[in-house]
Design a protein around this ligand. Structure first.
Ligand code: PHE
Length: 464
């Protein structure tokens, strides 16, 4: 239990020394939360799973279930001063406790490899904008050709991975956080500008309506499954991250308020991304259903078309992909850091050995995800490409289980009362009743339904 003894000493490269105060904490959590999930993943899921009805489902889930889980994880982290494996272990040593801790700890290790593949796509686009290939990027079929060629995408994946590794090794995380303070407001300003331009294209208004106005005809079970997975992903819930962050804060951080701030910021960025991408689908392809269902490639296909039509398209492209790259880096670093510290704490490995191990995991799974679109495209796992499979495995299967583990820990073992006491150490717990209701009833029911729906969907027992 190394962590416990070190609870007040800043760790080299770790998060513990980096929260200068309440604002520092909110910024660090926001830096982890805002990433590719908001800018790349949210718009494509919203486009695919029903537009406005997806948005509505997402918002409801975030304000209820998501809120309760963030508060729980942060409070458990602060209470035990440990990251997930240790936090679960603090309440019991039997198998269910070990399982609960480990499932939370393993998820980031499985996400960071394929996250870095998409980070690589971002680096590639940034470089192409710098080289002035604005028109070529907007051509039909450009992105597909890039993906299926494989080797080039692999090199960019390595570049992104090397950036993450460099930051982890050099321990310059503080510097990165300083960058993210400047980057986030800039990202918002640029996103407002690009979204405004995208919405003003002829035909784009249909897309704005599709994205913002719920249409119950578009509702399916998959809308809920996807919205819940996205909520976990985007807010960094159910993957141990918030336990770890919670373990670094002092009693003066108002958990409720900081949770609300992070949720607000994260959702604002996701919605802006939706307003950049979805109206563009309608403007450039008249809302073609195939295009709406394009999946992971959507952002990389539509935004270049938007930039190509703009006066300062190349400049906007450079700035946009640079900011997305920074946002992706801060998130990837927090994912990788979480893996590294699990190795350090649980196996007693040194920092270098832990980082190397994380690097090997990234290399193996990441390479498989890259070549899943090229040389390995004959491999399909449950009908999905390798990258999609990792995304599905973590978001739709493992995260509900991890969230369920947290709910059970809170309701059955720790007790809602103790969590409330922890929150109340820093502020009045304004939404206590709501919190208890969600944890006790809503969350377990939601999670179990979602888990079974996603399994049933994969095996074709039900069509959604
Ligand atoms: N929340 C991040 C995003 O939206 C992804 C992430 C998850 C980052 C967990 C860190 C930890 O991109």
């Amino acid at each position: 239990m190394k962590k416990e003894n070190q609870s007040d000493t800043p760790q080299a490269g770790g998060f513990r020394g980096s929260f200068s105060g309440k604002l520092g904490y909110v910024l660090a959590v926001a830096g982890s939360a805002v990433g590719l999930g908001n800018i790349w993943r949210f718009p494509y899921l919203a486009a695919k799973y029903g537009g406005g009805i997806f948005l509505l489902t997402y918002l409801v889930l975030m304000l209820t279930f998501g809120y309760a889980l963030i508060v729980s994880e942060t409070a458990l982290g602060r209470m035990t001063k440990r990251s997930p494996v240790g936090a679960f272990g603090a309440f019991g040593k039997s198998v269910p406790f070990r399982f609960g801790g480990w499932i939370n700890a393993v998820i980031p290790m499985l996400i960071v490899p394929y996250y870095s593949v998409i980070g690589g796509w971002v680096v590639k686009y940034l470089i192409e904008y710098v080289r002035g290939s604005t028109a070529a990027l907007a051509e039909d079929g450009y992105f597909e050709a890039f993906l299926s060629e494989g080797f080039c995408a692999w090199v960019w994946f390595l570049v992104f991975g090397a950036l993450v590794a460099a930051v982890l090794f050099a321990g310059v995380k503080q510097g990165v956080e300083r960058v993210s303070k400047i980057m986030m407001p800039l990202l918002v300003i640029l996103a407002v500008f690009v979204a405004g331009y995208s919405m003003s294209r002829p035909g784009a208004w249909e897309g704005v309506k599709y994205f913002l106005i719920p249409n119950f005809k578009n509702f399916s079970w998959m809308t809920v499954v996807a919205a819940m997975g996205q909520m976990f992903y985007s807010l960094s819930i159910a993957m141990g991250i918030l336990y770890t962050y919670g373990s670094y804060i002092k009693k003066d951080v108002d958990i409720e308020k900081s949770t609300a701030q992070v949720e607000l910021f994260d959702t604002a960025i996701a919605m802006l991304a939706g307003l950049m991408v979805i109206p563009a689908v309608f403007a450039f392809s008249g809302g073609d259903p195939n295009m709406l269902k394009a999946g992971p490639s959507l952002m990389f296909i539509t935004l270049p078309k938007v930039f190509a039509g703009m006066g300062f398209g190349t400049g906007a492209g450079i700035l946009f992909f640079l900011l997305v790259l920074l946002a992706a880096l801060t998130s990837a670093i927090s994912l990788a850091e979480s893996g590294v510290s699990t190795f350090e704490d649980q196996f007693g490995f040194g920092r270098v050995k832990s980082a190397l191990l994380m690097g090997i995991i990234m290399l193996v799974f990441g390479s498989a995800s890259v070549f899943g679109f090229g040389a390995l495209d004959f491999i399909s796992v449950l009908g999905m490409s390798i990258l999609d499979f990792f995304d599905f495995l973590t978001n739709s299967l493992m995260m509900p289980v991890a969230a369920l583990a947290t709910c059970l820990l809170v309701t059955r073992v720790v007790g809602l009362k103790r969590i409330a006491e922890e929150v109340e150490q820093s502020s009045g717990f304004r939404r206590k009743k709501m919190y208890c209701f969600f944890m006790r009833y809503l969350a377990p029911v939601c999670i179990v339904i979602i888990l079974f729906s996603s399994i049933a969907n994969v095996f074709g027992w039900i069509t959604m």
